[in-house]
Design a protein around this ligand. Structure first.
Ligand code: FEO
Length: 397
């Protein structure tokens, strides 16, 4: 795709990747993506915001040379160092070794290690301001959106916010690169949030608070359509996506997720759930296969406490339970206490394996877990209820 102006003398000079179907080997991208890089010409200075993924360096260089001589660029602003935006930095530095790289402190360290080269650094901060001649660049440090190095760049006079990966979409459309020409990308916008940004909901709210009074006419993210029509709707969506409702009056929400091959773990679940119930706790019990992983992920984010019940199958935790235990990298949870329990037939490794998983995630684990061989007796059921009661007492401390 050829360069185009998003505002007077502000050019998109990125690359498109329509055929991409899996981003970072992790996330489905049904509609491909774009790597957005922007060039800003002031009266005296020129700034480039980000580069593109390394395999597209030639497209990027062609675009860049169409709008300016790369050796004349004064500033390379690196909003974030993930290789889909810095993969062409090394080639760019060969053309322009004297450029000043504007970047956060952690970003400078990451970029040095990514490129194994030396470059001039100007450390970005909320106070930094760069005069390009009639145009001013300002910066908003926004760590963990979604890397520790992330920042937003703001072109003050034009009121354009370049928020790095935030407010982006993995989406490419032949019909246009703006939100009013690209067609419906609402699904990709949401999927993108869930895949990349969701684990950092609190950081999203902090970043939005920092820019809430900043007038913005255009939001130009690092991927997908550029928002020039009602850009605030995307900020509002991030605000909604990132707000998690908690129970009032200090009540604790306890989630019980379980799987039960022969109804024995289910019998324990009923007793544990009864033991968990107090005036200050609300308990939700979910059979893992009766809810989608997306729904379980939502429930995890609301919970203060979590218990996972599982049988042991062939000395292992069954796959549906493992699938739940992999959700933690995709959620912003606030779990204060977790535990494992289950009925087993032969060897009963699952409870310990789930506890090990919790501990490897640094979750505070209520131990020892509770396990019963085959069918629980009346005494086992009483102990299960007591296990629930003790867990509730511990989380209410
Ligand atoms: Fe699009 Fe986090 O890089």
């Amino acid at each position: 795709m050829k360069p185009f102006e998003i505002a007077n003398d502000v050019f998109w000079v990125g690359a498109i990747h329509p055929e991409l179907r899996l981003f970072d080997d992790l996330f489905l991208t049904k509609r491909g993506t774009t790597y957005n890089s922007y060039l800003i010409k002031g009266k005296n200075k020129i700034a480039l915001i980000d580069t593109v993924k390394g395999v597209f360096v030639q497209d990027f260089m062609t675009n860049l040379k169409t709008v300016c001589d790369p050796s004349k660029i004064d500033y390379l602003v690196v909003n974030h160092t993930e290789p889909d935006h810095t993969g062409s930095v090394l080639e760019f530095l060969k053309l322009n070794p004297h450029v000043t790289v504007v970047i956060t402190k952690p970003g400078a360290l990451f970029l040095q290690e990514l490129t194994n080269s030396k470059f001039n650094v100007l450390e970005a901060s909320d106070e930094l301001s760069i005069d390009l001649g009639g145009r001013t660049l300002k910066f908003v440090i926004a760590p963990f959106l979604h890397w520790p190095d992330t920042m937003f760049t703001y072109l003050a006079e034009d009121q354009i916010l370049f928020p790095c990966d935030a407010f982006g979409s993995h989406y490419y459309s032949e019909t246009g690169m703006f939100n009013d020409t690209a067609g419906d990308f609402s699904e990709e916008f949401t999927v993108y949030f869930d895949a990349l940004v969701r684990p950092f909901k609190k950081k999203v709210l902090l970043a939005i608070a920092k820019v809430k009074d900043v007038p913005v006419k255009i939001i130009a993210p690092s991927h997908g359509p550029i928002h020039r029509t009602n850009p605030q709707q995307y900020v509002k969506k991030y605000q909604e996506f990132s707000t998690v409702e908690k129970l009032p009056n200090g009540k604790k929400s306890i989630l019980v997720l379980y799987l039960s091959a022969h109804k024995n773990t289910e019998k324990l679940t009923l007793q544990i759930a009864a033991g968990l119930k107090t005036e200050k706790t609300e308990v939700k019990t979910i059979h893992i296969t009766e809810m989608s992983l997306d729904q379980i992920r939502d429930e995890l984010e609301k919970a203060d406490g979590l218990l996972v019940g599982s049988p042991t199958i062939n000395r292992d935790v069954p796959k549906p339970v493992w699938d739940v235990l992999t959700l933690f990298q995709t959620v912003s949870h606030e779990l204060k206490l977790v535990a494992a329990y289950g009925s087993f037939g032969w060897s009963g490794e699952a409870v310990k394996m789930i506890e090990d998983r919790f501990k490897s995630l640094k979750l505070k684990t209520f131990e020892p877990g509770f396990k019963v061989s085959f069918t629980p007796t009346e005494a086992d059921l009483a102990k299960a209820r007591e296990f629930g009661q003790k867990f509730a007492e511990a989380i209410l401390v």
